[in-house]
Design a protein around this ligand. Structure first.
Ligand SMILES: Cc1ncc(COP(=O)(O)O)c(C=O)c1O
Length: 436
């Protein structure tokens, strides 16, 4: 870190007194009121008025009939994926997941919680490459995947960093192939998408939908998630599964595997205090994204993009992609990295280290799932077809891999909505100096 602090190239910049976070909780005071009320009235459990209230408020905000409060976004995604598996392949045995023997097409540039439920349910994830236009699933690669694996009936799609994917095309492809969609809107609560000419919220675009209230999300409960649906039957099933699958009997009676996935009324109290500020948080995040776009426009970088005609992101995280020609040499191993400082160029780790030296948090782009050690042998499909084993010792060139390229050249910038414009200008200055 000394190499930045004592470096003349960074002269005049002082470390931030308190850390600038990537995205931290922003409390407003009402959270305390609802938590206190829960404790005073002894609703300290996985039932209570805060849960009922946040389920209703989120269902209304997003525009679905039912929202089921769960312990986290991951459990919501598990329930969504399991429902899809049962719908497609029937009720599972206790020792056998609903997706056993089946492939599922999955977003590749996402957090692993999006797609781990496929493994929980004993299915095999097939990763679909990313497009440069939204950093989400490429519909053309999805179409290719259906050519290669025509029997697949389930697609899991995430909206990375709060930017909606190209859902019009993806839904049309899925409809044509009779496939269901699990939508992971964990990062995109409040983002809107124009579907068939109508603006709708993310979290309504799949057959089974999930959101998250994790501490780093656009609003938070410290933890928590929700399953969103218009189907009363599905909502009731998720309520049952998430409370240990109890049958209607005087004793504990079980015909299905159960889970302890229900939301706590204390956590729901925090969420209840946050919901009124969702739109305010989105406006703050948008202003941050726009300030970066303007402040960095003279550098060889571009911001995480979005479809300006058909999408309104929630701008959860602001990110940059370094132009190919301006990438300084850098390599990554499984845990370590090395980079070289080159005048006029930079690399994600140089910028991340510089930010860290001045007490600001950035992060590498989420490493694509097809590159993760655990999923390294799973199929990966690009716009060219099979994305594995593309190079040839005797022929120059290799295959396209957009996710790997965005991971290599991109990074997430401090995007906390408590960051002041003055602080953000210093972050922008630090990034400029990395390219000097
Ligand atoms: C895309 C995505 N999906 C799922 C999750 C999981 O949500 P949770 O942490 O609430 O389990 C997260 C983040 O945490 C996420 O970013």
């Amino acid at each position: 870190m000394d190499r930045f602090i004592n470096n003349p190239a960074f002269e005049g910049i002082e470390p931030f007194e308190s850390k600038l976070w990537l995205s931290s909780p922003t409390m407003h005071g009402d959270e305390q009121k609802w938590v206190d009320e829960a404790i005073q009235t002894n609703w300290v459990s996985t039932v209570g008025p805060n849960i009922d209230e946040v389920e209703q408020q989120i269902a209304e905000y997003v525009g679905v009939k039912y929202a089921v409060g769960l312990s986290c976004g991951t459990s919501a995604l598990h329930m969504a994926t399991k429902l899809a598996g049962e719908k497609l392949y029937g009720q599972a045995k206790p020792n056998q997941g609903t997706l056993q023997g089946h492939k599922v097409f999955c977003s590749d540039c996402t957090f692993d919680a999006s797609i781990n439920p496929v493994a929980y349910e004993d299915g095999e994830a097939v990763f679909i490459d990313t497009e440069y236009d939204t950093w989400n699933m490429n519909p053309e690669a999805l179409e290719k995947a259906f050519e290669i694996y025509p029997d697949v009936k389930l697609v899991i799609i995430a909206h990375l960093y709060g930017t909606p994917g190209r859902m019009q095309e993806i839904k049309e492809i899925c409809d044509r192939h009779g496939a269901l969609i699990v939508e992971d809107a964990a990062e995109s609560l409040g983002a809107k998408y124009r579907l068939n000419g109508q603006w709708v919220e993310t979290g309504t675009l799949g057959n089974y939908n999930a959101i998250s209230f994790n501490g780093n999300k656009i609003i938070t409960g410290s933890a928590g998630g929700m399953f969103l649906t218009n189907s009363q039957e599905d909502a009731e099933k998720v309520r049952k599964w998430s409370t240990q699958s109890r049958e209607d009997a005087p004793w504990y009676q079980h015909e299905e595997i159960g889970y302890n996935y229900r939301m706590s009324n204390i956590i729901a109290g925090v969420i209840r205090g946050q919901i009124p500020y969702l739109d305010e948080h989105i406006a703050q995040k948008k202003a941050i994204w726009e300030r970066y776009e303007k402040g960095l426009d003279d550098l060889p970088v571009s911001m995480n993009p979005w479809d300006r005609k058909n999408a309104q992101p929630n701008f959860w995280l602001s990110c940059i992609l370094i132009d190919k020609y301006a990438m300084a040499p850098s390599v990554r191993g499984e845990k370590d990295y090395l980079y070289k400082s080159v005048s006029g160029k930079s690399s994600p780790h140089e910028i991340l280290e510089a930010l860290a030296a001045f007490n600001a948090e950035g992060r590498p782009i989420w490493k694509p799932m097809h590159m993760q050690p655990i999923y390294r042998m799973n199929p990966f499909i690009t716009v060219e077809g099979n994305g594995r084993a593309r190079s040839n010792a005797y022929i120059e060139g290799g295959g396209i891999d957009v996710g790997a390229d965005i991971f290599r050249r991109g990074l997430c910038l401090p995007s906390d909505n408590k960051m002041t414009p003055e602080q953000q200008d210093i972050v922008i200055d630090i990034i400029h100096r990395c390219f000097k």
